[in-house]
Structure formats: structure tokens, C-alpha cells
Ligand binder design. Sequence first.
Ligand code: TXA
Ligand code: MG
Length: 324
Amino acid sequence: MTTTTSDIETAAGVLRGGGLVALPTETVYGLGANAEDAAAISRIFQVKGRPPSHPLIVHIGGAGQLDAWVQDVPDSARLLADHFWPGPLTLVLRRGRRVPLEATGGLETVAVRVPDHPVALALLSAFGGGVTAPSANRFGSVSPTTADHVRAELGDAVDFVLDGGPCRVGVESTIVDATGDTPAILRPGGVTREDLEAVLGRPLAVPATSTVRVPGQHPSHYAPRARVVLVEPGQAVAEAELAQEQGHRAGVLVPPGFAGNAVKAHAVVEVPPSTAAYARGLYGFLRELDEQGCDLIVASLPPEEGLGLAIANRLRRAAGPRPS
Ligand code: TXA
Ligand code: MG
């Protein structure tokens, strides 16, 4: 996993030439392109199989660069950027003129963040511009948290893969609508609601879902191949065993102490006791259950506080109705 200075230079050259680079961040791996290159951005959508109306996140090298990419930054947004960047927080603000509409799905707002990963920051510094990057997975599926996940899923469709080891946070950034005076969470993620409110010194707003379009928030997303059903922790083993009897290959994903003697289940993952470790492992667990051949995953939600909010959000979406 050693990334050399020459790898960084190569990757920066690929971006300058209009190519795509997979890059590690602290949350998940991203599929990056020059944020000002509309043609390169359309290739991202092609490779991911993602509808072009779904906006991307522009990654920048530091909070000091924010004003080069957005306009009208409220004090509350500045406060959050200064406190949480580099880190797993994305701010949605009014689009600066250099951001092409291809990156924002036609919106007049743009999502921006500074990733907290030495390889991502080295790339941004060598490249000098902004890098638009969605998670480096096919549309709707589980986000990659290792370079191997990226290679397995996207293969030759990416021009260069920077390997920065396994991602430290494991779930995507928290997306905050920061256009108004009181920010609102659009997608829970690596920075908790509690931490945001502590820094702001007041509660966040409830998002106005009617005015802010939040793609990536439709029911089925972050989904493994296996169907996911959610049950109370105490029922997971019994549910999985029942499904086995009905001919399924059922895996269970449960909190510590709930796996019991799930001898009849096809595969069992008992999640780590800390929510940070659970978040870090979540997408890997889902991939692992897929790889073990499960066609059904019986899972239970963690308590919805701190990072548990992001984990529960991803599991709910993984369990959402699939396009037929
Ligand atoms: O941690 C992350 O955020 C990762 C890493 C690679 O940075 N990126 C990521 O990107 O999760 P992606 O494309 O999978 O999800 C970005 C989401 C979109 O689905 C959309 O919900 C939201 O960001 N978004 C982007 N621009 C927006 C905008 N202008 N208004 C509202 N939501 C926006
Ligand atoms: Mg994604």
C-alpha cells in the first residue's frame, strides 16, 4: 500500500490529461476527476452508471481555498469548515462560477469538502485544482473502503488507482446544507450531529427536503447483492434460521452477544462493540457476506446516536426496495 511521490505525480498528470483517478480518503475511496473538466466529469457518470442529475462532491486542499469554489459563505459554514476540515464533513454552498454544472447535476449549489487523508491531500496539492469524486463504486452498490474493492468493482475503467490502505472512518462524509444561517444535515456520516451542534452552540435545522434535492438518498443505495432485512437484534438468528429452512443462504449481521449459537445460518458477522469500529468495517462486512454466497442478510440497527446514525442510515438504504 505504499504510495510514492512518483505515484502522486502520475495521478496528478492523469487528472490534468482528463483521466480518472481512484483516491483514498478517510471515509471511502473516491473516483476522482478534474473538477473543472466537464468531459472528465461525464466519464465519472459513465463509469459509475450514475444518472447525470446526481451531484458530486468537489474535494479541495484546505479551508483557505473555499472561496475559490463557492459564493456567499454564511458565518456558520465558515465556523464548521474551520473546525472540521480536513475531515468527513461536506458543506453544500452556492456554486462558484468555476464549478461546471456537470459537477452539480445542474444545481446552483455545490458540495465541497477537504478530505483528511495524507494521500488525498498530497494529490490535491500536486494537482493544484479541485477534484470531483463520488464514491468509487457502481451506482447504488456498497462504497469501497480498500483499493482492492475499487479494483474488483471498477477494474480497467479507472486510469490510475492510488492505494492508501483501508479507510479510517468507513462511512461517507456528513453532508450539511450550509446555504442558510442554520445548517441542516442532508446525509448523516463521519461527523456526528452531536459534534456539529457542539461547535455551532445551537441545534441544527431540519432539512427542507422539498427545496433541496438530495440524490443518493433514494430508498435503495449502499446495497450489497444479497437482499437485506432489518429485525430486532434478538430475532436475527431465528429469522436467519427460518430463511435457511426456506432454502435461502442467510447471513446475520448483529451486535456483540446476539450471534448466539447461529449454527444453521450460512454466515455470521458479529459487529465490533465500538461504533467507530463498526462504521469502519460496515461496507467490508456487507461485501464479505456477499462473497460468502449469502442471498439474504438479516441485520439489526445500532442505537441511532453518534456514528450509529450514519450506520443505521446506510443499513436502512441497503434494505430499501430494489429497482426490478
Ligand atoms: O465521504 C464522502 O463523501 C465520499 C468521499 C469520496 O469523499 N464521497 C461520496 O460521494 O460519498 P457520493 O457521490 O457517493 O455522494 C455525494 C452525495 C450525493 O449523493 C448527493 O446526495 C450529495 O452528495 N450532494 C452533492 N452535491 C449536492 C448539492 N449541491 N446539494 C445537495 N446534495 C448534494
Ligand atoms: Mg456513493
